[in-house]
Design a protein. Sequence first.
Length: 300
Amino acid sequence: MTDTHVTKRPMTLLGLGDMGTALARTWLAAGHPLTVWNRTAAKAEALASEGARVAASPAEAVGASDLIVLCLLDDASIGAVLDAADLTGKDLVNLTTGTPAEGRARAAWAEARGARFLDAGIMATPAMIGAPGAGAYVFYSGSRPLFEAHRGTLEVPAAARFVGEDPGHAALHDVALLSAMYGLFAGISHAYALIEGEDIAPKDLAPLLSEWLGAMGFFVGNAAERLTSREFTGGVVSNLAMQVAASGTLLRTAAEQGVSPELISPYLDLMRERLESDPAAHAGEDTAGAITLLRRPGRS
């Protein structure tokens, strides 16, 4: 990813952990005048030889540029770091990991201090930043004019995807994707645990797992269509009643293998709950109907 067609405006980056350092190096390599600040000064000084200007304080760093990028530890760090800084007329782009509620509150906080605000969710590891073909991208939400004004700069380290003017939507997209990822990791972990101690090598199971999970990817789009239409029965291939009945085999196998079912039992329990709530209505459904239980008021 390069930035050959955009005016190289001065910018400031606060926070130089692994991700912040990767971002800084990518912007510097693209020729952006960059001011940096980090609580641990040594990390900032290491970038001076690459062309970064090192600020002695957050207030000094903010004063050096109109575009301020934040890549700090957490949302609380933002308030602490910027408490003494004048944000009037500044454009704040928050790459700090947070929740949707924190993104919305921080947007209101920034507006009250005279700044425009974008929240973001980074879908990449530091090694993917600035690496062509790595697939890195960042969700952005909040001020659309701010996003469009700096889009060329923001796309230097990773592709940029604007997901709405609600400041909480970048974090929500981020967490939704990460939650799905961890669910996938949980299933894979359970599968490998089942074969521990057997004459089955993990490396032999790996391609079978990849192939099977790829084939099951249809569920993503299928569930989206069913949740939109609220039609859970049409065109069902493997209905809820059958899947609940079959789930006993999964649990008995785990018991036989001495494997805890804790990674898969919550989902199996959810399917059973959906079926037992009204067997006549739900037996022929697709499993996507169980998703609706997760938003039930009062559910913990």
